[in-house]
Write a protein that binds this ligand. Structure first.
Ligand code: PLP
Length: 451
């Protein structure tokens, strides 16, 4: 209960924040979040902030769900920890794996747990290589990903990612990982139609496979809809062509569902929404609505059979952690009992779509990208040409994010795109509040640019 300024000073002095400069913290102080209820956060100054990012795309059921708290407390009393290494297991991990197998697309029936999305993608990186080695093709080990993708921050998952600013630090990517262009028609499509552009970007995968040799390529990894890259919804031609190419060259598909999974796109998994048939799906975030750190890889029968036949020398102390697994299981129960997917498809999604369509008329907004409950609004000085701003990329997005904060709204910015990913449980009335605050923030940004 220290005053905000004292908390901020201690924070700046001792707490190293991810993706943040210490100058920013020292100059302006971090916003101290103290509690949350539903779609609202409260800060140390008593402001009530509408969180249109669901934390980091993860608090799908909203804040303050007592059921999740009770299950965590009960599990902590009963069995706070035991590992799943070797031949031991426990009920929460068993039940969660079985439930995920039930919810996942047909043929994906096996779960390897981890503590996060990054760890899960590290698992995938090794698992696909081990799979091909066991099949007698050890050289089929290269992995193709996409520029500007985010798959995590560990050395392995950061290498799978394609963010240039991450590769600029610490020697990423590790060898054997390659990146092709992303299907971002808005920023890179030029005069091509979205369909032409989507096809051309998918065909970059074929060109890369042929360049490396199909017998060298283990897997392609991608999010069904790229999230942290800016909510890039691929043109309709993209995924069918990717699927065709992967099928043709026997390249495994790893669908990173860390953001898209658990209802965000209106289905349990984004792969269903985009018509993808993955061999492995990465999960985390919404699996527990962010209440506990848990992730995993949902693996198809064929790969699991090969991996389970050997000792896969891989695992984390917290793989299948009983408290995390129990909370995730309860989260999935609530989603089903409360028909959260129906709410997304019939209430929250349409309300968000309508609000964003109206914001699309704003002079700063160059387009509306929305699928279910993930969306982005690219900002531009010229709607007709989808032009970039004269100042450094991200300057206007940052200004807008700050105006959102000042109006008690969390919208993140990726470059000059505003990102929206609220709790899936948001009501139509709350979407209207989001709309009003977002409009005010856009107006204020527009005015500041004019002045
Ligand atoms: N994959 C995707 C698509 C993500 O968005 C993220 C995190 O934002 C990750 C992986 C990494 O997950 P984590 O932060 O839990 O390690």
């Amino acid at each position: 209960h220290l005053p905000t300024a004292e908390l901020q000073a201690l924070d700046a002095a001792h707490h190293m924040h991810p993706f943040t400069t210490n100058n920013e913290l020292a100059e302006r102080g971090a916003r101290v979040i103290t509690s949350g209820k539903g779609v609202y956060l409260r800060d140390s100054e008593g402001n009530e902030i509408l969180d249109a990012m669901a934390g980091l795309w993860c608090v799908n059921l909203g804040y303050g769900r007592e059921e999740l708290v009770k299950v965590a407390a009960r599990q902590m009393q009963e069995l706070p920890f035991y590992n799943t290494f070797f031949n031991t297991t426990h009920t929460p991990a068993i039940a969660l794996a079985a439930e995920l197998a039930k919810l996942a697309p047909e043929g994906l029936n096996h779960v390897f747990f981890a503590g996060s999305g990054s760890e899960s993608n590290d698992t995938n990186l090794r698992m696909v290589r081990v799979y091909w080695a066991e099949k007698g093709q050890p050289e089929k080990s290269h992995i193709i990903s996409r520029k500007n993708a985010y798959h995590g921050s560990s050395v392995g998952s950061g290498s799978l990612g394609g963010m240039a600013y991450m590769h600029a630090q610490g020697g990423l990517p590790i060898p054997g990982i390659h990146h092709i262009g992303q299907p971002d028609w808005w920023a890179e499509g030029g005069d091509q139609t979205p369909e032409e552009f989507g096809l051309a970007r998918a065909q970059e995968l074929e060109a890369k496979i042929l360049e490396l040799g199909a017998d060298k390529v283990a897997a392609f990894i991608a999010e069904p809809i790229q999230g942290a890259g800016g909510v890039i919804i691929p043109p309709s031609t993209y995924w069918p062509e990717i699927q065709r190419i992967c099928d043709k060259y026997n390249v495994l598909i790893i669908a990173d569902e860390v953001i898209c999974g658990f209802g965000r796109t209106g289905n349990w998994f984004g792969s269903t929404t985009m018509g993808i048939k993955p061999h492995i799906m990465t999960i985390a975030k919404g699996l527990s609505s962010g209440y506990m750190p848990i992730g995993g890889s949902i693996v198809c029968d064929e790969i699991a059979e090969v991996i389970n036949a050997i000792e896969f020398n891989h695992g984390y102390t917290y793989s299948g952690h009983p408290v995390c697994a129990a909370v995730a299981l309860e989260n999935l129960r609530i989603m089903q009992d409360e028909n959260v997917l129906d709410h997304v498809n019939n209430v929250a999604g349409p309300a968000l779509n309508a609000a964003l369509t109206q914001l699309g008329d704003h002079p700063l907004v160059g387009g509306v990208n929305v699928k279910g409950m993930m969306a982005s609004l690219p900002l531009t000085p010229n709607k007709a040409t989808r032009a970039k701003f004269a100042m450094d990329a991200g300057t206007v997005g940052f200004m807008c994010r700050e105006r959102c904060f000042a109006n008690n709204l969390v919208m993140r910015h990726v470059g000059d795109r505003m990102i929206i990913s609220p709790p899936l449980t948001i009501t139509a009335d709350e979407v209207e509040i989001f709309h009003k605050r977002a409009k005010t923030a856009l107006d204020e940004t527009y005015k500041a640019l004019k002045d």
